[in-house]
Design a protein around this ligand. Structure first.
Ligand SMILES: Nc1ncnc2c1ncn2[C@@H]1O[C@H](COP(=O)(O)OP(=O)(O)O)[C@@H](O)[C@H]1O
Ligand SMILES: [Mg+2]
Length: 354
């Protein structure tokens, strides 16, 4: 189902939880709603589902405004973080629940339930009760139950938040495959960027009730439109007065800007490791953290602290060691705009508008 939302607002008393949110989702797409807790993600889902009414704005499913349609007529499946399965019902009966409500025949219900149990890899578990399942299996049941009545839109609100990290990673891949196979338009809410990046075709970043940016994970990572997005996606260091860094002096011409530098934009090492040592600045290694596949290095350049990574293949650095630091580029922000500025000793000095 094609989804369109226009000028959506939700106020709880004086509190403005969702502010002027608008987006479209193409049929069959899987969208990730990503943002910090309290940002308004659940409120957006609840308005789509009809569990909460918007203060203003339009919700349009398949070209038709559905603001006044009751939840049961919207064709929506919902999976929550703690989707309490019916404890006294077996897996089979849980999945069948929505179908019984729809008054389908016994045979129809059985066929549909067994099809979903097979699809979700729960074959052999149909007579178990929820307490006899792992957290991951329970969420598979919740997923099968939501899909049973053949909804047109699937809403998943932090479905894996309460599950162990390792199982959660497996479930992400599983969910993505399932949704692709079923071909249902879906919205997946999470506060975990890795989860959103891995699962969703496209991400919407929600913060303080606003939609900050919508795009593919790679596009958002490469071209963050706001300071919030840049600092939320990926790792980075905020730098005050970036013009103090060699190669970035031109930033002084954009007063009021703040800079943000990602770890992968920084190289550190011994002098001979650099092709243009004159583009580097002196720094001192503060801490080294072994990350399993690389070193994470905290380095100080004057009073500016930066974070970067270093390959395990290179000479091992020591805390306190003097190193050369090459900063390839920085993001600059003011209230309205974002630029990428390259180190001018290395490349084109003009900031590029993004
Ligand atoms: N029924 C409600 N009454 C009052 N405030 C609410 C209600 N529901 C949500 N809020 C507030 O709206 C904000 C957004 O909440 P929510 O949509 O749950 O965010 P998220 O899902 O991103 O964590 C929060 O500050 C929350 O406290
Ligand atoms: Mg929430």
């Amino acid at each position: 189902m094609h989804i369109e939302v226009r000028g959506l607002n939700k106020q709880f008393g004086d509190f403005h939880a969702v502010r002027d949110v608008g987006f479209e989702i193409a049929k069959g797409h899987l969208i990730g709603l990503l943002g910090p807790s309290g940002g308004g993600k659940t409120s957006i889902l609840r308005m789509l589902a009809g569990l909460e009414s918007p203060t203003s704005g339009d919700i349009i499913f398949h070209g038709k405004r559905v603001n006044d349609l009751p939840p049961q007529e919207r064709g929506i499946g919902f999976v929550f973080q703690n989707y309490a399965l019916f404890k006294h019902m077996t897996v089979f009966d849980n999945v069948a629940f929505g179908l019984k409500v729809k008054k389908q025949s016994k045979d129809q219900i059985r066929d549909r339930v067994m099809q979903l149990i097979e699809l979700t890899g729960l074959k052999g578990f149909e007579h178990r009760y929820p307490h006899q399942l792992s957290g991951g299996q329970r969420q598979r049941v919740a997923f099968a139950r939501a899909l049973a009545p053949e909804p047109q839109l699937l809403l998943l609100d932090e479905p894996f938040a309460a599950i162990d990290a390792k199982i959660r990673t497996e479930l992400r891949t599983w969910l993505k495959e399932m949704i692709e196979r079923v071909g249902i338009t879906s919205i997946f809410v999470t506060h975990d960027q890795d989860e959103a990046i891995e699962v969703a075709d496209e991400i919407m970043i929600i913060n303080k009730g606003r939609l900050e940016q919508k795009g593919s994970p790679w596009d958002i990572y490469k071209n963050p439109q706001t300071q919030f997005v840049a600092s939320f996606i990926g790792e980075s260091t905020m730098v005050e007065q970036v013009e103090r860094l060699r190669g970035f002096e031109e930033a002084a011409n954009w007063p009021g800007t703040q800079a943000l530098i990602r770890p992968e934009y920084i190289e550190i090492g011994k002098r001979h490791e650099f092709r243009i040592p004159s583009a580097t600045v002196q720094g001192r290694v503060k801490h080294l953290h072994f990350r399993g596949s690389e070193w994470m290095v905290e380095v100080e350049v004057g009073d500016i602290k930066l974070i970067t990574y270093r390959s395990l293949e290179k000479d091992v650095l020591q805390p306190g060691e003097e190193v050369h630091v090459l900063i390839h580029r920085a993001y600059l922000f003011n209230d309205n705009d974002t630029w990428i500025m390259e180190n001018k000793l290395k490349e084109d000095p003009m900031p590029v508008h993004i």
